[in-house]
Design a protein around this ligand. Sequence first.
Ligand SMILES: [Mg+2]
Length: 247
Amino acid sequence: MNIDAVIFDWGGTLTPWHDVDLNERWLAYAHVYAPDRAEELAAQLHHGEQSRWAHQFDTAGETGTGALEAMFEECGIDTSSAIHFQALNSYLSAWDPNTYTDEDAIPLLKTLRGMGIKTAVLSNTMWPRRHHESVLERDGVLHLFDYLLFTSETTSAKPHRSVFTDVSYNLGVVPEHCAFVGDRLFDDIHGAQEVGMKGIWIPHSNIPASQSTDLGITPAATVQRLGEVLDVVSAWNTLQTWNESDK
Ligand SMILES: [Mg+2]
């Protein structure tokens, strides 16, 4: 099968996995928004976030991740206040050290595009698009993607088929001609392969037990680092060329 598009997960795939103390990240928000009850608010936000991830996982993506705004409002936060925006910046900045793009990404993306292959990002995330785009721009990769889909803007999330077909449709490439690169067997590989994409797994992330499953999922390929995606896609496309020349 010829691969005409490669779609990437973001966390743990385009950006290497980091084990992070999520409550500490929410403290960065809470210390700005409500310094007098920071611990309590951070715990509330942390719980809200975990509940959303668990619900998204339990419904196999049918219930999406939603956006952070909805969660803030559930926690009684005034999302139109100046102090909220200040606190949100503090929260997102606390993540900065863990958002750097893998050093293999630029050469990989440039080479794929040079081969006429389209590229995209499909990320399960509650973060706003503007933040994701600013991170990708900081690292000089934003312009190397044809399409970006963040589930903070959709009603469902990976592994639900709708988000995979959305990306495929917007790239103008049928799912059977797309490869999907991800670190989660269920959300990424199973989801992509259910719509006919070829899953390429990067198995280095510590996926929480509550967000993983053993369904006997077999990726089409497994790579040990991001740059090796090029070898896999090149081999598949070369094989296709050989098969065509046989006919
Ligand atoms: Mg991931």
